[in-house]
Design a binder for this molecule. Structure first.
Ligand code: ZN
Length: 239
């Protein structure tokens, strides 16, 4: 089965459209590591697409916040403002869908989905040291995660953790793959292009992909919505 793996869509419809177009014909099903909404100006369009097309998903911290499940006190001002804005404009049915999203890990066709880490959905896994600490808790051979908005992959072995590039997965025993498809809607790895991964469960391949999208249009919508202009600015630089 060929999967399109997406994460951290963040209500960015322009970025999501570019990903769907770029990946067309290359996947059979879609899986998502959370953060459907928050930051961006199209929570309804993006949530409706997710509801109609995604076959496996876990919730992200912004999904919880926008659905009223999270104390906004701990959010930074821009994230808090966007969560409150999303609550005020989004369709009640879409907010209810977000409220009911499962906490990870979620099993999907032999692999797993999480938002942050296998032990804490709100934990950021950025370095090989952080990954090494949680590696014993990875249940599946392949796990996809999000939250950091950094497209990357780690191979966890008893001898340590290795950062991956484009990869054919080796069917070794006691190896765990931890893959972040990157963020569709708000990349933070200094590449403003929308990020995603294609995963073939039979061919055992992982393909990291980037696609340019209409950043200016997404920025205009954020500014027109009255959201903090920082949220528009950072889309241009991808950080
Ligand atoms: Zn996010």
């Amino acid at each position: 089965m060929r999967y399109l793996i997406v994460s951290d869509l963040h209500a960015n419809w322009e970025a999501l459209q570019a990903v769907i177009e770029d990946a067309a014909g290359r996947y059979d099903k879609i899986a998502c590591c959370g953060d459907v909404v928050g930051y961006g100006a199209d929570p309804d369009l993006v949530t409706e697409w997710v509801r109609a097309n995604v076959s496996a998903i876990v919730r992200g911290n912004h999904d919880k916040a926008c659905a009223g499940l999270e104390d906004l006190e701990w959010f930074n001002p821009a994230a808090r403002a966007s969560a409150l804005w999303t609550q005020s404009v989004a369709d009640a049915g879409n907010l209810e869908y977000l409220r009911r999203l499962a906490r990870g890990p979620e099993n999907c066709n032999g692999f797993q989905l999480i938002h942050g880490s296998p032990v804490d959905e709100d934990e950021y896994l950025l370095t090989d040291r952080e990954v090494n600490d949680i590696a014993p808790y990875l249940d599946a051979e392949v796990t996809f995660f999000g939250h950091t908005h950094v497209q990357t992959g780690f191979l966890c072995h008893r001898n340590g953790v290795k950062v991956l590039g484009q990869e054919v997965l080796e069917p070794e025993n006691d190896v765990r793959y931890l893959i972040n498809p990157g963020s569709v809607g708000q990349p933070r790895d200094n590449d403003p292009r929308a990020a995603y991964v294609l995963h073939d469960t039979v061919g055992r391949t992982i393909e990291f992909r980037r696609v340019a999208y209409d950043v200016e249009k997404a920025q205009q919508k954020i500014l027109q919505a009255g959201l903090p202009d920082l949220l528009a600015r950072r889309l241009a630089t991808g950080n």
